[in-house]
Design a protein around this ligand. Structure first.
Ligand SMILES: Nc1nc2c(ncn2[C@@H]2O[C@H](COP(=O)(O)OP(=O)(O)OP(=O)(O)O)[C@@H](O)[C@H]2O)c(=O)[nH]1
Ligand SMILES: [Mg+2]
Length: 329
């Protein structure tokens, strides 16, 4: 649900530009669709022709995502006219299909070319390499692979990581993530981390979440934006983190499924109990004063998990005012 926003709105601050690049068929467009949770379109996804742009909103900031089609002829075009495709980039998400070892060299080679062009342009983005299609590692417990492929997925990822790390030679901030569309959280979490790099005020939000969660005996407390990206999070321990990790995408999908129905104008609230645990989902809204449309608002969501089944969800209302105060500054 990346909300398209009015690009002609002169009041908007300049967009942050994120490019998705890597070889064809590595999964770039699928990652973007997963972030939008429009997974139904995955079945019909065609190779991307040149560049597809999507604009979305994160905490009232414009983010402009550029999906660079990965077919050979396009890669040549980008490298020939780097000024046109690479300037003003804050973040590069470089996607590699981890299940395709016989294309690793080709991908490493393009990675090297891309970095060289950024250096020539004197542009210094954060670079995130997504080792994508990593469901064998993340979901299936990383079994040793069959004969054609050497070693476990994790071993191959580590070897690739080393190569890319050496090519980068500390020129750009570089990080590695394992992702798969079969674990939506892996994509949400990686992307949230990227957003938090761009908007560091969230460190304060984390602190506020921790204090509130401890005071109210919560096992986990998450603040998400309307694209389901984490703005901040508190977990009591690894168990609570794992439970939240596997269930949050389903709550969000459930909320999405209500979108076509008019269920009143009031802020959305949901309570789900599962054995000893209760989950509270609560929308909070902040009006967007910088917008032409006076009724425009920014929606954020709290997700609280607790064994205190009588938790007073109304308390999140006051707390949200404080959090919104932090985000606004
Ligand atoms: N197994 C697996 N397949 C995936 C995953 N993500 C995407 N795919 C599949 O990989 C294929 C290519 O995905 P795309 O998203 O179109 O790849 P792309 O990088 O955008 O390709 P170009 O537009 O040609 O550059 C599709 O058949 C997807 O369904 C994943 O996490 N695991
Ligand atoms: Mg594509």
């Amino acid at each position: 649900m990346f909300t398209p926003i009015d690009e002609t709105d002169a009041d908007q601050v300049p967009a942050k530009k994120i490019i998705f690049t890597g070889l064809d068929n590595s999964g770039k467009s699928s990652i973007i669709l997963a972030l939008q949770r429009t997974l139904a379109s995955l079945a019909t996804l065609a190779p991307t022709k040149m560049v597809e742009r999507t604009t979305f909103n994160y905490l009232g900031y414009q983010i402009s995502s550029h999906d660079l089609g990965g077919q050979k002829k396009y890669l040549i075009t980008y490298l020939k006219q780097p000024g046109k495709y690479f300037t003003d980039t804050q973040v590069v998400i470089y996607v590699i299909d981890i299940q395709e070892p016989n294309r690793y060299d080709e991908s490493v080679s393009y990675f090297k070319d891309v970095l060289a062009e950024f250096k020539n342009l004197d542009v210094h983005p954060f670079i995130y390499v997504f080792f994508h299609k990593a469901e064998k590692i993340l979901v299936e417990g990383d079994p040793e692979s069959d004969k054609e492929i050497q070693g476990s997925g994790m071993q191959r990822a580590k070897a690739l990581e080393k190569k890319l790390f050496e090519i980068n030679a500390k020129q750009f901030p570089l990080e590695f993530k394992l992702t798969t569309i079969f674990d939506l959280w892996s994509i949400m979490a990686a992307f949230s981390e990227i957003m938090l790099k761009l908007f560091p005020q969230s460190v304060l939000v984390d602190k506020a979440l921790l204090e509130f969660a401890v005071a109210n005996n919560l096992d986990a407390l998450l603040l998400l934006d309307s694209n389901s990206l984490n703005i901040g999070a508190y977990y009591r321990n690894k168990d609570s983190q794992d439970i939240v990790r596997s269930s949050t995408p389903y709550f969000l999908t459930l909320l999405d499924s209500w979108k076509p129905f008019k269920i009143g104008v009031q802020q959305k609230q949901m309570k789900v109990t599962l054995n000893d645990y209760a989950f509270f989902f609560r929308e909070i809204r902040q009006s967007l004063h910088n917008s032409k449309n006076k009724d425009a608002y920014l929606s954020l969501y709290f997700l609280a998990m607790t064994m205190n089944l009588k938790f007073d969800v109304g308390k999140l209302e006051d707390f949200s005012k404080m959090v919104l105060g932090i985000i606004k500054t």
